[in-house]
Design a protein around this ligand. Structure first.
Ligand SMILES: NC(=O)c1ccc[n+]([C@@H]2O[C@H](COP(=O)([O-])OP(=O)(O)OC[C@H]3O[C@@H](n4cnc5c(N)ncnc54)[C@H](OP(=O)(O)O)[C@@H]3O)[C@@H](O)[C@H]2O)c1
Length: 266
């Protein structure tokens, strides 16, 4: 689907990859609906976008996507508006670095609610109007972590495995409806993600070198290009693309051996 003139809802637009989606779509979209918790950040972004593109309509919806009622309110607003949303970018997400045995249970819930539940409910809520219009695209932001179990990042990787699997299946269900589904699976990208994922006791050195990181601008440009071309999976950057090609061909038994190198005993 061409993104020119689209009416796009972007979750997690207050930072990182989501903010960059808003910036790159700013020159092409008719309307942008920006969702995240931090209202001041969304207001700043709206001012920036409207200064650059005065004809662009930018609506902000401060929402905590880990709250069922808040997601319901967002959906009630989003499904009632005209013209209908034809591009949904399910980007909001968070991680938690460290052993599962010592994870904060609240944090684990939040990760599952934002990364999987809100993404699924927004998709279910906005899809019927896209099908009725025979026009629409859903871009789910997953991760290269979705291709393999990752010790000390266990729940995050599992939530992203859900996103990639769900997106692939939904894409098949929607064949011939005019609604496209793509999934973005980046490797490391320099955003606020690692600072949010790090536990209080962890220092920055614990995260290791960032050798394969891809600039956020390229991640988003590749993702939008992939959406427009109805690509099933977008993995930005040659090294990550090649690496994930190998990982996806590798039997689980071999991945298990590899993961022993990284897993610290709980
Ligand atoms: N950065 C990476 O290395 C990387 C790699 C692969 C995949 N990803 C995925 O890319 C997506 C974007 O991450 P990022 O790197 O841009 O991280 P980021 O800079 O931390 O941004 C995360 C965004 O999600 C929003 N968010 C988090 N919890 C939320 C909640 N409860 N309700 C509403 N919004 C919430 C945040 O907004 P508020 O805090 O204002 O609510 C923020 O806008 C995530 O799905 C992540 O898993 C990131």
């Amino acid at each position: 689907m061409r993104t020119d003139g689209c009416n796009a809802l972007i979750t997690g637009a207050s930072a990182g990859i989501g903010r960059e989606f808003a910036r790159q779509l700013g020159g092409r979209a008719a309307t942008l609906m920006l969702v995240a918790r931090r209202q001041a950040r969304l207001e700043e972004l709206r001012a920036e976008l409207m200064e650059r593109q005065p004809q662009l309509r930018v609506e902000i919806r401060p929402t905590d996507l880990s709250q069922h009622e808040a997601v319901d309110e967002l959906l009630a607003w989003a499904t009632a508006r005209t013209p209908p949303i034809d591009l949904l970018i399910n980007n909001a997400g968070l991680g938690d670095l460290g052993a599962f045995a010592t994870a904060d249970p609240e944090r684990v819930d939040q990760m599952m609610l934002v990364n999987m539940v809100a993404l699924t409910r927004l998709t279910r809520g906005l899809l019927p109007a896209m099908i009725a219009q025979k026009r629409g695209a859903i871009l789910n932001v997953s991760s290269s972590a979705s291709f393999l179990p990752i010790p000390n990042f266990a729940v995050y990787a599992a939530t992203k495995a859900y996103v990639t699997s769900f997106s692939e299946a939904l894409r098949s269900e929607l064949r011939g409806t005019g609604v496209a589904v793509s999934v973005l699976c980046p490797g490391p990208v320099r955003t606020e993600f690692t600072a949010v994922a790090r536990r209080k006791s962890q220092d920055e050195a614990a995260l290791g070198p960032d050798l394969v990181s891809v600039p956020v601008e390229k991640v988003v440009a590749d993702a939008l290009h992939g959406t427009e071309r109805n690509q099933p999976i977008v993995i930005p950057g040659f090294v990550m693309k090649f690496g994930m090609f190998i990982v996806r061909l590798t039997p689980l038994a071999v991945l298990r051996l590899g993961s022993r190198l990284f897993a610290k005993p709980a």
